[in-house]
Design a protein around this ligand. Sequence first.
Ligand SMILES: [Zn+2]
Length: 158
Amino acid sequence: MSNTKCPQCGLVNWSDAVACKRCGWQLDWQYRPASQFDSAAPEPEPLFSSTLTFLTAILLLAVAAFLSHRVFHVIDLETAKIAAVITMTGGIGLLILTHLWLVLRIFEQSASWGVATLCVPLAGLVAVTKFWEKTRRSFIGQLLCVGIVLVGSQIVPR
Ligand SMILES: [Zn+2]
């Protein structure tokens, strides 16, 4: 918009005019503080939401337990077994939740892609690349959970 029509007399004023040149009508209603516009605009979603930060923290704890037992030998076998059970069961539970989250995200974008994800192997991966902006966080969340389960399964040597 390069100009503003005066609601009082109809004169077209420059967009930066504070008051109408002809009748003096206050046009500055549009000069609201920038913060008002900011709150109206949808906030850009950060890639690392609190959920992803939480999952990353659990993955790091699993890695720490793995390193403590297998590399540095600072925790005994019993403690390592408990850590393995916790990270694996927790990881599988979170994996199911993040998978539901991802499927829900795909359904939000397209119902047919959502059905395809549930029925056709690997259709979910195609849907993730197709709707990357909307599915990336749930997809990364799912990968983090796979990592938690994998690391958890390696804490105690077979
Ligand atoms: Zn006017």
